[in-house]
Write a protein that binds this ligand. Structure first.
Ligand SMILES: *Cc1c(COP(=O)(O)O)cnc(C)c1O
Length: 376
């Protein structure tokens, strides 16, 4: 079988052979074997945030956005109000979810290359006492920026408000300990840093908070309270679960644990990120973000200034060499992105850099350097 392309993307991403092989079976949704796998998966996810006994894991069929929408629709009641901290497309998406679900919300916005500022969050909470909840994206995949989640959580807790986290692209690779970071809910999905296949979102919910959400949800399928109650009582899903995805996810969680959990997985990604950034800089490319703001998840590079550089051609030629990269999503700068996550290591990152060098040569591009800013 030909080697699948290496996905240097923020998910779906490259998965291990064993994760793919886990799907080569059929299960009934009431099968005892599947039920045991589902129970184990739920318990392991709670363990990843140190939430044993305090949090419960509510799986949600669908991609990550289904989990985020379920989180907002379930946790924000009709008379409550959400403050959304936005520095990229995923924060914006939460604002859109509030509009569709008719939830009261207000926003604070930063440029895509700026982290959320906890001091401004504090001021916003003082100014608007109607706010009951705050939502933040842990790693904004739009740019790859890491938001100061601990500092924001502290400000939110001090103001007596509740925190909801879209941890999607960081979950399992960047520590998020619920004993240190007070929050009510953490949403993520199967196909990012845990390295499963797409199809399952999940929300880790503080039990004491989830218990108060009955009747809040704006959609039957996205009701985390109901999903939780039914799974707890019957160990069954209300609607067909993505069984193959869950079984593969269980295998991916076992591989995550074998790699040393969050520390081990994060360590490999940090190494991938370092190799990538160093290698691309040698070729003249420049990152959008300075080191201290960069999460080891996905890296945004400025578009090269060389007139021979055409992104589509660059993309296609890398694809011919079996590497898939990601277009940019920024409004602040013309850019493209390269992921560090998935079943990739030093060998693949180095081979990727060799491919980039070869493609630049073919395109007759001398350097990946972007245009100089006028002030420089
Ligand atoms: C991937 C991602 C999501 C979910 O996207 P889906 O396409 O619905 O899986 C949400 N938030 C962030 C920060 C993400 O990276």
């Amino acid at each position: 079988m030909a080697q699948d392309p290496w996905l240097l993307t923020p998910g779906p991403l490259t998965t291990s052979l064993t994760v793919k092989q886990a799907m080569l079976h059929d299960w009934g949704s009431r099968d005892a074997g599947f039920i045991a796998i589902n129970d184990r998966m739920r318990a392991q996810l709670v363990g990843l945030i140190g939430g044993e006994g305090v949090f419960t894991s509510v799986p949600m069929q669908g991609s990550g956005t289904f989990a985020v929408e379920a989180m907002i629709g379930t946790f924000i009641g009709a008379n409550e109000k959400l403050l959304i901290l936005i520095n990229g497309a995923y924060g914006k998406r939460m604002e859109k979810i509030c509009a569709v679900a008719r939830r009261a919300c207000t926003t604070l916005e930063w440029a895509e290359d700026m982290p959320v500022d906890p001091a401004l969050v504090k001021v916003a909470l003082q100014r608007d006492p109607a706010i009951t909840h705050v939502a933040i994206v842990h790693c904004e995949t739009t740019s790859g920026i890491l938001n100061p989640i601990a500092e924001v959580a502290e400000v939110v807790a001090a103001a007596g408000k509740r925190l909801l986290i879209d941890a999607m692209s960081a979950f399992g690779a960047i520590e998020l300990d619920s004993r240190k970071i007070p929050c009510d809910a953490v949403a993520a999905s199967s196909n990012k840093c845990i390295e499963g296949v797409p199809g399952l979102g999940f929300v880790l919910c503080r039990i004491e908070a989830l218990q108060k959400t009955q009747g809040n949800a704006h959609a039957l399928v996205l009701d985390l309270f109901d999903q939780w109650q039914v799974i707890e009582k019957t160990r069954q899903y209300r609607f067909t679960p993505p069984i193959h995805c869950i079984v593969a996810f269980d295998q991916a969680l076992a591989e995550h644990a074998a790699e040393g959990g969050v520390a081990g997985r994060g360590g490999r990604y940090r190494n991938n990120c370092r190799i990538l950034v160093e290698g691309m800089r040698r070729l003249g490319f420049e990152t959008l973000l300075p080191e201290k703001l960069q999460a080891p998840i996905i890296v945004t590079f400025h578009m090269p200034a060389d007139p021979n550089f055409q992104f589509q051609l660059f993309y296609d030629k890398l694809r011919e060499r079996n590497f898939v990269i990601y277009p940019g999503k920024l409004t602040v700068a013309d850019s493209f992105r390269i992921g560090c996550i998935g079943r990739l290591g030093e060998t693949e990152m180095t081979a990727f850099l060799d491919a980039v060098a070869a493609v630049l040569k073919e395109m007759n591009v001398a350097s990946g350097a972007p245009a100089r800013k006028a002030a420089e």
